[in-house]
Design a protein around this ligand. Structure first.
Ligand code: FAD
Ligand code: UDP
Length: 366
């Protein structure tokens, strides 16, 4: 790697220029460390990377990324590198010919069943519909316990089968527990205190985060090609943990997606909200229309469809008991690894949101 200037020796080699890697890099650089960040992709931002498409609209290459957090610390850290555009994400699900709010709320229930319940009425409705489960071990337990079999079948079973290639009952409780159930009319996807989009996009925010005299960046650089040649005191690794150990204990399963981007020339707005979920139809799970997220105006509109698949880049750890126990065995190897730390969604095999990755990286570098 002749192109890497800091070959004479640096403090930290950081593998991955996504949220985990970039946060660690900036924190360590601010503290005076000399840092080399490498990423095998040709861009920064990891899965949050966004770009202008050929029609000039800002799109998220790897699917819709909506920033939300309850952590003042995380929000303050990122605010050093971006201004924000206030944005509260809304999602509807196409069910039985209607577009109904998900998370399930009062509107969902009234419109689906042709009712006119108030909040107390919805609470009673759900009390009759739900199937109390104890303990809540799987995602099926979580959904049946919250809303019962009919709403489970209409909103969750098909979507989950598509998204994960698994049944609800095969997934850990935490997956479905991401989606609350509401008795009021709140139709926001997230309830966090801070909900906003980087005003000039994620990529710009990452560029600013990594713009520091102590940070050297090498894109298109695979760790496997340089792991034995780069002189450093420490490695911070944010890629898939099983890959670091050359799959010594077997492959950890990850779920992949194929993204189908499309621009609709003469459509100002395709759908009423940022994302429409298709729990029961199509091979894709959802369509996201970026103009809702970015607030941009244009005579046309750009969308992305997400097709889940088993092969391809690893996007999601798959939270299930067997996978979690295999991860624990890799974690034991990681704990014994001298001078390497593992942080991030793929390195910690956790279904982390962006803010949780930043929080983990801040905690690590504190
Ligand atoms: P990554 O972003 O995956 O970064 C890891 C980087 O390491 C990658 O760039 C990769 O190229 C690099 N790398 C891996 N191996 C090597 C190697 N051998 N050599 C060099 N480089 C390597 N979160 C939210 O908060 N809100 C959302 O709305 C949201 N939507 C999402 C939608 C989708 C479709 C997906 C897949 C995720 C979504 N997320 C969302 C989660 C979010 O993407 C992650 O939490 C976050 O991007 C993880 O950051 P990371 O740094 O841990 O990993
Ligand atoms: N889910 C579902 N139906 C929906 C939305 C979500 O069954 O309409 C389930 C599904 O298993 C999904 C999980 O809840 O994978 C988490 O959804 P989320 O929107 O948080 O997924 P992400 O944005 O991370 O892909």
């Amino acid at each position: 790697m002749n192109s890497i200037k800091g070959q004479g020796g640096m403090d930290d080699l950081i593998v991955g220029a996504g949220f985990a890697g970039a946060t660690c890099a900036r924190r360590l650089a601010d503290a005076g460390h000399r840092v080399l960040v490498i990423d095998k992709r040709p861009h920064v931002g990891g899965n949050a990377f966004d770009r202008r498409d050929e029609h000039g609209l800002l799109v998220h290459e790897y699917g819709p990324h909506i920033f939300h957090t309850n952590s003042e610390k995380v929000f303050a850290f990122l605010s050093r590198f971006t201004e924000w555009r206030a944005y509260e994400h809304r999602v509807v699900a196409a069910v039985e010919g209607q577009l109904l709010p998900i998370p399930i709320n009062r509107t969902t229930i009234n419109r689906l069943y042709g009712l006119d319940l108030d909040e107390a009425g919805v609470t009673e409705f759900l009390a009759r519909a739900r199937m109390p489960r104890e303990p809540l071990r799987t995602s099926e337990d979580v959904v049946l316990n919250a809303v019962g079999p009919d709403l489970c079948d209409k909103f969750f079973r098909g979507y989950t089968r598509k998204q994960w290639g698994l049944e609800l009952g095969e997934l850990s409780a935490g997956v479905a527990a991401r989606i609350p159930t509401r008795t009021n009319d709140d139709d926001r996807y997230f309830a966090d205190r801070f909900q906003a989009m980087p005003a000039q996009g994620y990529t710009r925010m990452f560029e600013r985060m990594l713009d520091h005299p102590n940070i050297e960046l090498s894109l298109g650089c695979d760790f496997n090609a340089v792991r034995h040649s780069i002189v450093r005191r420490r490695t911070i690794y944010t890629g898939p943990i099983d890959e670091y150990f050359e799959h010594r204990l077997g492959k950890l399963p990850y779920r992949s997606l194929r993204f189908e981007h499309e621009h609709l020339k003469d459509t100002v707005q395709l759908q009423p909200v940022g994302t429409v979920n298709y729990p029961n139809d199509h091979a894709y799970t959802r369509i996201t229309e970026f103009k809702h997220l970015t607030g941009e105006t244009h005579a046309g509109t750009s969308i992305v469809r997400e097709f889940p698949c088993a092969q391809g880049d690893p996007y999601y750890p798959i939270p299930a008991a067997d996978n979690e126990s295999l991860y624990k065995r890799y974690e034991a190897l990681a704990d014994a690894e001298p001078d390497t730390v593992f942080v991030g969604r793929l390195a910690q095999y956790r279904y982390y949101n962006m803010d949780q990755v930043v929080a983990a990286a801040l905690a690590l570098t504190d």
